[in-house]
Design a protein around this ligand. Structure first.
Ligand SMILES: Nc1nc2c(ncn2[C@@H]2O[C@H](COP(=O)(O)OP(=O)(O)OP(=O)(O)O)[C@@H](O)[C@H]2O)c(=O)[nH]1
Length: 309
C-alpha cells in the first residue's frame, strides 16, 4: 500500500527527522538497504545495511543531497527519478546499474514510496534497494546461451532464423537487398576421424575466425548445423550487381579459408568449403534457404571447394 495518504495528524517528515532510537533500531535490524529523503532530495536517515551497501556512513549521508555524495551523472539520474515520484506520488519501482562509492558496479531494484507531511503535502520518500546483480548476471548468461552458439560465438539456429526474418521484412519492403550464403566444410568427417573430435572443434573455431573477419557489421553468421553456416548478407537497395558481388565475396571467403591452414600440434590442416548463394527475389525464407542448400549440393556434386549460385 502506498504511504502517500497517512492519517492527517501523522507527520512522517517530522518523525524521520527526529532522533528516534526505536525507529533506528528497527531499521538496522532489516537486512535490506533503506533510506529516506525529503522533497529537496536531502537524506533524512538510512539503516546500517544501506551504509554497508553504499559504503557511506550515516554521518556522511544525513543532511546531504545526492549531488554532494555521488558524481553528477548518477546524482542527476537519482534526482530525476525522485522528482518523477514526487510529481506522481505513490510507489515507484525501477531497475538500475549503479556504482558504489568504492567503484563496484551493481544492478539494483529501487522500490520507493512517497510520504506526506501533516497537511497532506508530499514531503519525501522512503526507498528500499534490492541487490539483483546475481539475478541480472544469470539473466544475461541465459540470453547469451539462447542467442549464440558456444563453440563458434555465431548466432544459433533459432536466433539466426529471427535475424533472417527481420532482414526478410526489410527486403520485402524493398529497403535492402538480401542474400543467404550457405557454407559447408568439405569432408569434415575425415578431420574428426583422422585428428580427433577436439581438433575438429578447433577447426570449426579457426574457420569461424576467418569468416568473422570478412563480414560487415550489419551482417550475421549463423551456425546452421554441425559444420554448416549461413551468412546473412544485406546491401542498400541501390547497389548494382548484388548477386555477382555476393558470389565474388563468397569466392574470396572460400579462398581465404583455403589459404589459411590451421596448425595443429602434429600437423597442418587445410580446410576447404563448398558454398551455395541465393538472393531474395520474393521467395519465402524457407524457399531462400532451400535454394542456397540446392546450390551448395551442386557445389559438392561438382567437386567441392567451390561456390554455386
Ligand atoms: N568436431 C566436431 N565435429 C562435428 C561437430 N558437428 C558436426 N560434426 C561432424 O561433422 C561431420 C559431418 O560429416 P558429413 O555430414 O558426413 O559430411 P562431410 O564429411 O563434411 O562431407 P561433405 O559434407 O559431403 O563434404 C560429422 O562427422 C560430424 O560428427 C562439432 O561440433 N564438432
Amino acid at each position: 500500500m502506498p504511504l502517500n495518504k497517512p492519517p492527517i495528524h501523522f507527520d512522517l517528515l517530522d518523525f524521520f527527522t527526529q532522533d528516534n532510537p526505536l525507529l533506528q533500531f528497527t531499521f538496522d535490524t532489516l537486512p535490506v538497504p533503506i533510506f529516506c529523503k525529503d522533497i529537496n532530495g536531502i537524506y533524512l536517515d538510512c539503516n546500517r545495511t544501506f551504509e554497508e551497501f553504499i559504503k557511506i556512513s550515516r554521518q556522511q549521508l544525513i543532511g546531504h543531497s545526492v549531488y554532494e555524495l555521488f558524481d553528477k551523472e548518477l546524482a542527476d539520474a537519482y534526482q530525476h527519478a525522485d522528482q518523477q515520484l514526487f510529481d506522481n506520488p505513490g510507489v515507484q519501482i525501477y531497475e538500475k546499474q549503479i556504482r558504489t562509492n568504492l567503484g563496484d558496479t551493481v544492478f539494483v531494484k529501487f522500490h520507493k514510496t512517497s510520504f506526506c507531511d501533516e497537511k497532506g503535502n508530499v514531503a519525501g520518500l522512503i526507498g528500499v534497494i534490492f541487490d539483483i546483480t546475481e539475478q541480472k548476471e544469470l539473466e544475461q548468461k541465459l540470453i547469451k546461451n539462447a542467442t549464440f552458439d558456444t563453440l563458434t560465438g555465431f548466432y544459433n539456429r533459432r536466433h539466426g532464423t529471427e535475424f533472417a526474418m527481420d532482414k526478410m521484412t526489410l527486403a520485402i519492403k524493398k529497403e535492402i537487398q538480401f542474400a543467404i550464403v550457405m557454407i559447408d566444410i568439405d569432408h569434415f568427417k575425415r578431420v574428426n576421424d583422422q585428428h580427433g573430435h577436439s581438433a575438429g572443434d578447433t577447426a570449426l573455431q579457426h574457420l569461424s575466425a576467418v569468416i568473422e573477419q570478412l563480414i560487415q557489421p550489419e551482417e550475421a553468421v549463423v551456425r546452421w548445423g554441425g559444420e554448416e553456416f549461413l551468412i546473412l548478407i544485406s546491401a542498400p537497395i541501390k547497389q548494382r550487381n548484388f548477386r555477382r558481388k555476393v558470389i565474388e565475396r563468397t569466392n574470396y571467403l572460400r579462398e581465404s579459408i583455403f589459404s589459411k591452414p590451421l596448425c595443429l600440434e602434429q600437423n597442418t590442416l587445410t580446410l576447404t568449403v563448398s558454398c551455395g548463394v541465393s538472393c531474395y527475389t520474393e521467395q519465402s525464407l524457407r524457399e531462400l534457404i532451400n535454394e542456397a542448400d540446392a546450390f551448395l549440393y551442386q557445389a559438392k556434386h561438382q567437386g567441392r571447394n567451390q561456390v554455386c549460385g
